[in-house]
Design a protein around this ligand. Structure first.
Ligand SMILES: [Mg+2]
Length: 228
């Protein structure tokens, strides 16, 4: 196989991310139960609040903390307590300090891939937060470049393609999110490798679209080795 350019997502592709957020959300929802709303309703309000805050403040733990606080203030109304805001702060700081949990087979698979292809890490989120995660992961040496973007849209991919002089027919986006990784990459004329993760974030879920490029679906990152 000729040398390919592999754009690789990080959260929930190279390391676990969403399971830690889900755990925090579970604790948050339980903590709000005495207010008398169903768990589903509290979660629904949180999802709507997150969508709004992401549009305004982007992704990341700080935006997440704001969403938890806004949800609490909205649901508690006049009964809102200061201790609960402090508890949220504590919950988010624990989340922020959780060390990256690299997925099975990732380091050796990246080492193999880097020997044959050009690897670029493409992750979205708050720049400092994502950069810290990359550094703590110890995986950065496998990549020619680390690109941290605020959103992964069609235009983001066009910019990356231009910046790195990527030949689309020899380029693949590898990731777990149909909405941010697979669909926009295919729409740009690149190929894609979809590695679904059972705990993909609700706001990332959407149907797979088809494009002119090839689409490979794998059950684990380790399986990249058999295709590249
Ligand atoms: Mg991801």
């Amino acid at each position: 196989m000729a040398r390919q350019t592999l754009l690789i997502d990080a959260d929930d592709t190279l390391w676990e991310n969403n399971i830690f957020f889900e755990k925090s959300i579970d604790e948050f929802v339980s903590r709000l139960e005495p207010l008398g709303y169903t768990r589903e309703y509290t979660r629904h309000i949180l999802n709507e609040t997150e969508k709004r805050n992401i549009r305004q403040h982007g992704y990341g733990v700080r935006s997440f903390r704001r969403s938890l606080e806004d949800t609490y203030m909205k649901l508690a109304g006049n009964a809102a307590k200061r201790e609960m805001i402090q508890w949220i702060e504590q919950l988010v700081s624990e989340l922020e300090n959780t060390p990256p949990h690299i997925m099975d087979g990732v380091p050796e698979t990246l080492a193999y891939l880097a020997g044959h292809h050009r690897l670029i890490l493409l992750t979205k989120g708050e720049a400092a937060e994502q950069a810290a995660k990359v550094e703590r992961s110890g995986l950065q040496t496998h990549f020619e470049a680390i690109e941290i973007v605020t959103e992964k849209e069609h235009t983001t991919y066009e910019r990356v393609i231009h910046q790195f002089k990527v030949v689309k027919s020899n380029a693949w986006m590898v990731g777990n999110s149909p909405r941010s990784d697979i669909n926009p990459a295919l729409r740009c004329g690149m190929n894609a490798v979809f590695i679904p993760h059972v705990a993909t974030w609700e706001l990332e879920k959407c149907a797979l679209e088809s494009g002119s490029g090839k689409l490979i679906i794998l059950s684990s990152f380790r399986d990249m080795r058999s295709h590249f």
